[in-house]
Write a protein that binds this ligand. Sequence first.
Ligand code: S3P
Length: 440
Amino acid sequence: MLQKLSSSKSGSLRGISRVPGDKSISHRALIFGALATGKTRIKGLLEAEDVLATGKALASLGAGVERDPDGWCVTGRGIGGLTGAPGKLDFGNSGTGARLMMGVIAGQDARVTFTGDESLSRRPMGRVLLPLQRMGLGVEGADDTLPLTLTGTPDLLPIEYELPVPSAQVKSAVLLAGLHAPGKTTIFEREATRDHTERMLRHFGAQIAVRQDGSRNAITVTGDAELAGQDVTVPGDPSSAAFLAAAALVTQGSRITIEGVLVNPTRTGFYDTLKEMGAKLDFTNLREEGGEPVADIAVTSGPLHGVVVPASRAPSMIDEYPVLAVVAAFARGETRMEGLGELRVKESDRLASTLAGLAACGVDAQAGDDWLSVRGGGPIAGGAQIETHMDHRIAMAFLIMGLGARAPVTIDNAGIIATSFPEFSELMRGLGAPIETSKV
Ligand code: S3P
């Protein structure tokens, strides 16, 4: 039977915390380490199921991936050198792991079957496979969902490709494949998506150029690259820190500080939105770590009001909408979030899961194809059991709801949180939040 977790009305939260390493950067650090020659030492790697699945996949393709007292050490095989024959690679719940690794496999002399859990097996892979097939990847499968058998080639072709959806995963998969192709591979994006791949390409010594092409970003990587192993320090994940910040905002008299959080502007849309809602957030100790901007974030509870969150902000906070919807339930007036089409194809249909969770907790909310509106400010009943649909962010978002609701909120699957944030409950309890295993 799945373990359940409950959260109940909380007093004020206090303390200083650190969240685990950024998930996007952790996947990339392992992958770049495996494609480089020599050793890559990673400090602060997120040791969560998603990232460990990528590490395991790289190890079965022939890279050395080991934990040591200082962090993780990856011994790379060089571009095109991941020719181990694993047969099958299981990416669990991780869309990022699966999609980025498709870009890697495209350039290897290898035939591999990609599998995943029930949630991942429902998610569309065509968006990545289409450009990779144009480059030369062979694909066998019933449709565009896992399981799929992919055949890479040492004779990959470079392409120019405009992203049909604002997806850093698609961009990254093509750039990773481009490292293996002769000549230049260019991605055009109309909306900026997270740029960790570009930053890491630079850090590992690849030739990468980013320019403006009219209203588009053009990102060009030069192929037949040689990457050299590097030291990487992974900053705290702003998508995980979002749950702590939200917890401080839905409880009264709270003041918490989250240290060492990644504040890359392609990731901070949630925090910009909170500020517009009237939240008191202080960013201090701004610094750069391993090519990424980092800060300490202090959050103090206080009254919030509803806002319109424009579609243009979606890529910079795509994983934070469930928890923003929870915060919006505590803000006076309407919060309207637009441009949410991509939420339909995340770990669950996040628009539907969020709406259902809000309704179960007695919150006045409505949604359309790609928008969500929450009317907040009144007392929240809670007293609900939330279906997480194998979605870690739905699980954590609604545990935050319970901290401010009248009656406890229970989630049906506590285990799924380990996908991205295994320390979540313990860390929240450390700040004073009543989150407990539920028997009901
Ligand atoms: C990620 C990109 C986002 C995000 C995911 C991680 C990445 O997905 O939702 O959690 O690391 O590139 P899309 O790029 O498909 O929107």
